[in-house]
Design a protein around this ligand. Structure first.
Ligand SMILES: NC(=O)c1ccc[n+]([C@@H]2O[C@H](COP(=O)([O-])OP(=O)(O)OC[C@H]3O[C@@H](n4cnc5c(N)ncnc54)[C@H](OP(=O)(O)O)[C@@H]3O)[C@@H](O)[C@H]2O)c1
Length: 234
């Protein structure tokens, strides 16, 4: 009987690459996002994770579709990134970012954990910005730091359940989110992407391989995994 991977935001970028990897491993893969996943064989649950109602309904549908009695890998990958600073960060915008990046994660954990047996995992796709800040991404930095707290608290709360958790922190990765944040400037994107030991952007598939490895490696429980090709620190 196949196992299940439930991935938020498997409609593009890192999430889609992760869906592809889990399909190759023989998992049943469920995408929770507003758009469908481009990956063949994925079950799509259309949901807007910015509302509690959307996240809760998606969790219930995902639980129904998951293979009963087998392990689940729940991958919190969907994320909203806005441009803002401490000088003008609007409260409504901050709450919107926290709704997708933090509250929906909480809802999915709470609603899906009763269906998760030993051998399951809860994996958080964090960011370099889960542990440090850069200018101009105020609400995103707050939310990514909060996710790190969620991962650590998840580990402590699940002691004895044989369900492990980890946070995978990608460096600059070649996806729509990065392109959008840089105003569609592909040249700037590659310039920024060269600020690591290998002089290139991380590929979504490289992050996906770390995510599937983390699912298969309960030893990394409570761990932050940096996946950034050796980012240059400034
Ligand atoms: N790219 C990078 O350089 C980088 C670096 C560090 C960390 N990350 C992290 O990597 C993860 C994946 O991002 P990505 O780079 O692959 O970006 P992406 O291609 O833009 O994917 C973002 C995903 O989030 C989903 N999403 C956003 N808002 C949503 C909502 N309200 N409801 C449901 N789904 C929503 C999108 O799905 P729909 O639009 O279909 O709803 C999309 O599939 C994020 O957690 C991001 O913070 C990325």
């Amino acid at each position: 009987m196949s196992k299940t991977a439930i991935i938020t935001g498997a409609s593009s970028g890192i999430g889609a690459a992760t869906a592809h990897r889990f399909i190759e491993l023989g998992h049943k893969v469920i995408n929770i996002a507003r758009r469908a996943s481009p990956v063949e064989g994925v079950i799509n649950i259309s949901a807007d994770l910015s509302t509690e109602e959307g996240a809760k309904r998606a969790a219930l549908e995902a639980a129904e579709s998951a293979v009963k009695g087998e392990s689940i890998s729940l991958v919190h990958n969907a994320s909203l990134m806005l441009k803002d600073t401490v000088r003008e960060c609007d409260t409504a915008d901050l709450m919107r970012v926290l709704a997708v990046n933090v509250a929906a994660v909480n809802t999915l954990n709470r609603e899906l954990l009763p269906h998760m047996v030993a051998g399951s995992s809860i994996l958080y796709v964090g960011s370099t910005l889960s542990e440090k800040a850069v200018a101009g991404a105020h609400s995103y930095v707050i939310s990514k730091h909060a996710q790190l707290g969620q991962m650590r608290a998840t580990c402590q709360d699940l002691i004895g359940a044989e369900i492990h958790t980890a946070m995978i922190c990608p460096g600059f990765t070649d996806t729509e989110m990065l392109k959008q944040h840089l105003g569609g400037d592909t040249e700037l994107m590659h310039e920024i992407g060269s600020q690591n030991s290998f002089g290139r952007l991380v590929t979504p598939d490289e992050i996906a391989s770390v995510i599937t490895w983390a699912h298969q490696s309960p030893v990394v429980n409570g761990t932050v995994i940096h996946a950034n090709l050796g980012q240059m620190e400034r």
